[in-house]
Design a protein around this ligand. Sequence first.
Ligand code: AMP
Ligand code: FE
Ligand code: FE
Ligand code: ZN
Length: 261
Amino acid sequence: MHNIDLHIHSIHSDGTCTIPEIIQLAKQCGLTTLAITDHDTMKGVKEAILEGTKEGIQVIPGMEISTNYKGNDIHILGYGMDPDDEKLKPVFEFVQNDRKERNQTILKKMQADGIEIQESDIQSKEIFGRPHFARILVEQGVATSISDAFERFLGQDQKYYVPRRYLDMHQAIDIIHACHGKAVLAHPFQYQFSKEELDSFLQDAIHMGIDGLETYYTGYTDSQIHFLKDYAQNYVLIVTCGSDFHGDNKPEIKLGKLKYK
Ligand code: AMP
Ligand code: FE
Ligand code: FE
Ligand code: ZN
């Protein structure tokens, strides 16, 4: 698995690299297989397959869907779906309509504070979310960095925070399966669950039909990786590896640089 990265964001969601840039970076670091897993869209997938083929890199179709599980924002990675599958359209529409409404609220809050942001800024992308608002705050000197923008303005309970609506986790898994895809639980340790909560969450995920656990993830410790590997083995789940590369939006995360044991 040394040359695989199955969790990558591009400019189609909140990454800063274009698809050709990602393929070139992947080539430089010797990746043989990758998946573009933009948030709630598969817009970059076809271009990635095309560009990947030119460089001999296998590209697996992917997407990362934000879902709701008992009030928690849980990310499900879907792999292998056809981006044009009609069954995905309601998912894309649901997310885009919700974002449209939410972005209007955030826009008005920012404009009321004198921040220069226009309707056309948020219409420039299919998926325009908090990282893009964060970037505008940095460009205008209101925040010093993306993480500062989240900490002081866009994070939960901060002044520009507006919640999103999510698909239920089991619905997202069902849709991925209906599209003949595999559903993998993204970064299982990112959800602030206690040990007991994590165990009951993983059991629920298994009952909902989750196919795999993202086990090798940027920053995960040996013991975390070991735990997920064991868990996957016990319940016959796929083990995947992904960096969660976002380009300059998360500069500490490098493409394809994961620890494998
Ligand atoms: P949204 O879907 O619009 O609510 O934005 C969520 C995205 O913001 C996540 O997928 C992350 O990529 C990014 N994000 C969340 N928290 C932070 C943070 N503290 N610093 C940088 N990016 C963040
Ligand atoms: Fe993201
Ligand atoms: Fe995620
Ligand atoms: Zn991600």
